[in-house]
Design a protein around this ligand. Structure first.
Ligand code: ZN
Length: 183
């Protein structure tokens, strides 16, 4: 079973599917908000406010786009906090499942019993579909694509990839209109 870690959930664009004992499944995405800079032309001046993690449920047929955001994820313990404007409640199955999975992984374990969380089939950082098998991309075993893997971790014996120091990380960040921000 894939070794899910908190770092996967906070990587920026993490999609995962939970399957219960009946074979029913739900697919979630935890995506970081766009950065809001104090000075858009000088990122060294930092962020105006901390980025937040939005939790969405796959609710339509386009499995890269049709996520309905319903909550934010607490960056301390993984718990979910519903948007003010959402049709979901804390009794909604998807909300309970998301909260159980996220808080469990934050606590260093997988949810007990009936719920299985599959290995990611997309890079948890950029969200691109993982197409290269683990033989060609050793980072796949850790949830990353061949581009993001070397940025996120060092693998002994893995080929070193050149990463430009000044490359804008904006390429990793979500589209502004992907989720409303729940304010
Ligand atoms: Zn990636």
């Amino acid at each position: 079973m894939f070794d899910w870690k908190k770092d996967h959930l906070t990587a920026g664009n993490c999609t995962f599917t939970a399957v219960d004992g009946n074979g029913d499944h739900l697919t979630f995405r935890v995506k970081i908000s766009n950065p809001v800079w104090n000075n858009p032309d000088d990122h060294s001046q930092g962020l105006k406010r901390p980025q937040v993690f939005f939790v969405g449920l796959l609710t339509g047929p386009a499995n890269t786009r049709d996520f309905s955001g319903f909550a934010t994820m607490n960056r301390e313990d993984g718990s979910v906090k519903l948007f003010n404007a959402t049709r979901f409640t804390y009794d909604t199955t998807a909300v309970k499942v998301a909260d159980l999975i996220l808080t469990s992984i934050f606590a260093g374990k997988l949810p007990d019993g009936i719920i299985r969380v599959d290995a990611p089939d997309r890079c948890v950082k950029c969200g691109k579909v993982l197409t290269v098998p683990v033989e060609g991309n050793p980072y796949r075993a850790y949830g990353y694509g061949p581009d993001c893997g070397p940025r996120m971790m060092t693998l002994p014996g893995a080929p070193r990839l050149m990463v430009a120091d000044d490359e804008d990380e904006g390429g990793y960040l979500p589209d502004a209109d992907d989720y409303d921000n729940g304010d």
